[in-house]
Design a protein around this ligand. Structure first.
Ligand code: GLC
Length: 559
């Protein structure tokens, strides 16, 4: 048990509410997950990341925690959790928990006490400010829309700070009691056997002085003010102290940081082992939307936009190169905060199956730690959610209203949101053909029409995406694909080609990003190599020119 080096991890992300419902209430739970652990073992992953499972009013699906020491009753009990960890470990699967450290729920006893009484001992657990000239303390905007400030109903002209929903007040990490409380919580879960944490939104735990406004450039209303609340230098001080405390308690604890807006320089800071912070971080910077495809008549938020391939390639190669001697980047296509990759990349294509296989080949054989989002391995797309309320999002509501005013039909608005919104990527895992995909006997908490793929069908089909993922992950376990050097070949935007080398072994990974036949001249000596992974029928002529089908890919390797 226990993966020794974090770079050997292959992570599978489970959104617990949507994985498998064992008690028929339409919400996924821990016992449901226990029943599927063999499936994960067979897939070839070795680490499971669970999105939050603590007690929560579910304003943000568990990221609003009201008790960090207990499992939400909809998901099970502490006893179920212990059994889950034990069973996972017996199958060689490690467990990491989502650790929500930037904020709590407003129903957390700390906040309830803090807001009920200005002299509460917990007042300094949170962030407060006086209004300015009868208005909000500053013009900073929340990630979930509106201001970061919400009025304290008891006090005169006093506001509390929330970066996300107003029911998710931010903790004040300057307070040593907060830091100690959070470390105690982490230790409690280590005592329950967890092997690591995914640090939620950690880049926001320090804020600038509230006395400053974000330049508004004539825009009205609050403005998301990242320079004032993301990646401030003090984040590193608090993070280091936190991780050091945990490492003293459990030396091999795995730390996966969510550093959404981190660029490569910050990623180096956060993952340089000598600084003792994260092992690896997830950045959202890999994926930039191609804004040239924006419809100027409609609001930007809510529009599905294609991936900007040029930027993607530049970013990947920078992260691959600059972390080479420092740490390992995360490799991922999806998570619960973005639309599913097939929807983003190949929504209108006839060659989705090939696209799914090519994308897996491209991403996971690079240098880094794969993070597979549940359902990705069977080619699930984002679902079409039937009602605007299904998105549970103020910004989606605003898009719906404005887009309708601009002339879009309701159906079009819902279809656009379903292709661009995170919520449509959180629908239930598709296990089989039965009603609700074998997820539950009752209607699931989040449900919409999706593409008809399922585990049962794919298991028995040799050509399935699922079986292809197993082959990719088998290859990924070779030291060449873990430690090997990475070199990206200079190609047209249609192709993504790279070489991995380690000692005498070498692999070439060749991927066609185009939804059409593409030719590519292979450079170098092929005689000592053989194909170890192939997606689509390919031909190679004597001049070493490969003809690849739409979204075709292959891997050549020397042993
Ligand atoms: C992270 C989570 C996201 C959540 C937010 C607030 O970004 O990934 O889902 O809404 O933090 O906790």
């Amino acid at each position: 048990m226990g993966i020794k080096k974090y770079q050997d991890r292959i992570i599978y992300q489970i959104y617990p509410k949507s994985f498998r419902d064992s008690n028929g209430d339409g919400i996924g739970d821990l016992r449901g997950i226990i029943g599927k652990l063999e499936y994960l073992k067979d897939l070839g992953v070795n680490t499971i990341w669970l999105n939050p499972i603590f007690v929560s009013p579910q304003i943000d699906n568990g990221y609003d925690v009201s008790n960090y020491y207990a499992i939400d009753e909809k998901m099970g009990t502490l006893h179920d959790f212990d059994e889950f960890v034990e069973t996972a470990h017996s199958l060689g699967l490690d467990v990491i928990l989502d650790f929500v450290m930037n904020h709590t729920s407003d129903k957390h006893p700390w906040f309830k006490d803090a807001i009920a009484n200005e002299r509460s001992l917990y007042r300094d657990y949170y962030l407060w400010a006086k209004g300015k000239d009868g208005k909000l303390p500053n013009n900073w905007g929340s990630f979930f829309g509106g201001s970061v400030w919400e009025k304290d109903p008891q006090a005169d002209d006093v506001y509390y700070f929330h970066l996300f929903d107003k029911k998710m007040p931010d903790l004040d990490w300057r307070n040593p009691e907060v830091r100690r409380s959070m470390a105690d919580i982490a230790k409690f879960w280590i005592d329950h056997g967890v092997d690591g944490f995914r640090l939620d939104a950690f880049i926001h735990i320090a804020k600038a002085d509230f006395e400053q406004n974000m330049p508004s450039h004539g825009k009205k209303g609050p403005i998301v003010a990242e320079p004032f609340f993301a990646n401030m230098p003090l984040v590193q001080t608090y993070l280091h102290e936190f991780v050091k405390t945990l490492r003293e308690y459990k030396p091999d604890i795995f730390i996966l940081g969510e550093a959404a807006s981190a660029d490569i320089d910050l990623a180096i800071d956060y993952t340089d082992p000598s600084r003792e912070m994260c092992d690896t971080v997830v950045t959202f910077r890999y994926f930039e939307d191609d804004k040239s495809k924006l419809d100027p008549e409609l609001p930007e938020f809510g529009q599905p936009l294609p991936l900007k391939i040029e930027t993607f390639k530049d970013t990947m190669v920078t992260w691959q190169k600059r972390l080479q001697k420092i740490s390992y980047p995360t490799l991922y296509w999806n998570n619960h905060d973005m639309p599913r990759v097939l929807t983003r990349f190949a929504a209108e294509s006839e060659h989705k199956k090939a696209a799914a296989k090519m994308l897996a080949t491209l991403m996971y054989l690079q240098r880094g730690v794969p993070c597979i989002y549940y359902g990705e391995e069977i080619g699930m797309e984002s679902a079409v959610l039937p009602k605007i309320s299904d998105f549970e999002d103020q910004q989606a509501d605003e898009f719906f209203k404005e887009a309708k005013e601009a002339g879009a039909t309701e159906e079009k608005c819902l279809s656009m949101l379903s292709r661009s919104h995170k919520m449509a990527a959180r629908t239930v895992m598709q296990w089989n053909e039965s009603e609700y995909y074998g997820f539950s006997a009752t209607k699931p908490w989040k449900y919409g029409q999706t593409n008809d793929v399922n585990v049962a069908n794919e298991k028995s089909d040799d050509t399935s995406i699922l079986n292809f993922y197993k082959s990719v992950l088998k290859l990924k376990k070779k030291p060449l694909f873990v430690e090997g050097n990475f070199v990206l070949a200079d190609t047209t935007d249609d192709m993504y080609v790279y070489k991995r080398t380690l000692g005498n072994s070498e692999a070439w990974v060749i991927c066609n990003l185009a939804d059409g036949v593409t030719k590519y001249r292979v450079h170098g000596n092929l005689s000592d190599k053989h194909i170890v992974l192939q997606n689509g029928s390919l031909s190679l002529n004597e001049g070493n020119v490969l003809t690849l089908p739409p979204f075709g890919s292959l891997v050549f390797m020397t042993e």
